[in-house]
Design a protein around this ligand. Structure first.
Ligand code: AMP
Ligand code: FES
Length: 294
C-alpha cells in the first residue's frame, strides 16, 4: 500500500475509508484493540471481576475477539474461558474444533469443547430434511447450548464474535420481515434474564473487514473455509448490499448502527416489552419456546 501511517509515518498496512485513515500494522492492531475496549465500556458489557465466556468457532471474528479480549483482560479486570461447540458437521467440525482448541491453548485460555452428538444426542448433520433450513435450526441450537454451557461454567457474560456487518445484516433481515421481537432484542449487550446469561457483542462497532485485517496482521490461525450449509444464506446478500452502500458512502454502516441504537431501538423495546408480557401471560409454553429459540 502506497500511503503512510497517520500516527508514525511508517508504510501503511490498513486503509480505513470510513475514518479516512491509514495505519501501519502495529498502529492498526492498537486501534483495533482500543475500539474493542471502548465498545465494552460504552455498553457496560463486563464488570470488573467477572468471568467472560467467549464463544470460539475458530472463524476470524471469534479468534480476533478472543485474542483482543485476552490482551485487554488485565485492563478490563476479567477472567476468560472459551466454549467451542462440536456441531457434528462432516468435513467441517473435525477441522475447526482442533483449530479452536489450539487457538485457546496458545493463549492459555481454558476451552470447554461441547460435543453435540455425545452430550445432547444429535448432530447438525441430522437436522437435514426438517422444515426449517439447517442454518437457522443450527443457530437456535448454538444459542441454547452456549447459554447453558456458559451458565454451567459460572460465567457472568457470554461474548460472541458478531461484528458490525453481522449486526446490520440481522437488522435488515428483521426490518424486512417486520420482526419487532427480533429488532427489540438486537442489542450489543443484553443483561441477564432468568436462566439467560448476559450476552455481549464486543465487535459490534468493528467492521468485518477489520477483523480479517487484525487476524492477518498478527498471523492468527483461523478458519478460512465456509460451513457447508452456509451457501445461499441470506445474510451474505444483506452484507453485499451493505458493502455496496459503504463503497458509495463511507461510514454509512456506523451511521446505521448509531441511528438504530439511539433513535429507533429504544422505541421498539418499550412496545415489545408490553407485548411480550401479554404473550407470557397468554401462553407460558410459547414463552418457553421463545426463550429457547431466541
Ligand atoms: P455465526 O452464527 O456462525 O455467524 O457465528 C457468530 C458467533 O457465534 C461466532 O463469532 C462465535 O462467537 C459464535 N459461534 C458460532 N459457531 C460456534 C461454535 N461452533 N462454537 C462456539 N461458538 C460459536
Ligand atoms: Fe451451523 Fe453452519 S455453522 S449450519
Amino acid at each position: 500500500m502506497a500511503g503512510r501511517c497517520r500516527v508514525c509515518g511508517a508504510p501503511a498496512y490498513a486503509r480505513l475509508e470510513y475514518a479516512n485513515l491509514q495505519l501501519c500494522r502495529d498502529d492498526f492492531v492498537r486501534f483495533f484493540e482500543r475500539r474493542v475496549e471502548r465498545t465494552v465500556e460504552r455498553y457496560g458489557m463486563f464488570e470488573r471481576g467477572s468471568r467472560v465466556a467467549v464463544a470460539v468457532s475458530g472463524g476470524k471474528d471469534s479468534v480476533a475477539l478472543l485474542h483482543s479480549l485476552w490482551k485487554l483482560r488485565g485492563k478490563l479486570g476479567v477472567e476468560l474461558v472459551a466454549i467451542t461447540i462440536d456441531l457434528g458437521i462432516a468435513g467441517h467440525s473435525d477441522r475447526y474444533v482442533p483449530l479452536a482448541r489450539r487457538v485457546c491453548e496458545r493463549l492459555g485460555v481454558p476451552c470447554r469443547v461441547v460435543d453435540l452428538r455425545g452430550e445432547y444426542g444429535f448432530s447438525v448433520d441430522e437436522l437435514r430434511g426438517l422444515r426449517r433450513p439447517v442454518c437457522s435450526l443450527c443457530g437456535a441450537v448454538k444459542r441454547y447450548v452456549l447459554n447453558r454451557e456458559a451458565r454451567e461454567l459460572g460465567a457472568h457474560v457470554l461474548a460472541t464474535g458478531h461484528n458490525l456487518d453481522d449486526f446490520l445484516a440481522a437488522l435488515l433481515q428483521a426490518y424486512i420481515r417486520g420482526d419487532l421481537r427480533a429488532l427489540a432484542k438486537l442489542r450489543p449487550y443484553l443483561p441477564p434474564e432468568g436462566k439467560l446469561v448476559a450476552r455481549a457483542k464486543p465487535l459490534v462497532e468493528t467492521p468485518e473487514r477489520d477483523t480479517k485485517l487484525y487476524v492477518e496482521a498478527l498471523g492468527l490461525e483461523h478458519v478460512t473455509w465456509k460451513c457447508p450449509y452456509s451457501s445461499g444464506a441470506s445474510s451474505f446478500e444483506y452484507k453485499r448490499v451493505l458493502d455496496l452502500l459503504e463503497l458509495e458512502h463511507p461510514s454509512v454502516k456506523f451511521q446505521m448502527l448509531r441511528s438504530f441504537l439511539e433513535r429507533i431501538q429504544p422505541l421498539i423495546s418499550v412496545r415489545s416489552r408490553a407485548s411480550s408480557h401479554a404473550l407470557s401471560v397468554a401462553s407460558p409454553a410459547r414463552a418457553l419456546f421463545a426463550s429457547f429459540a431466541e
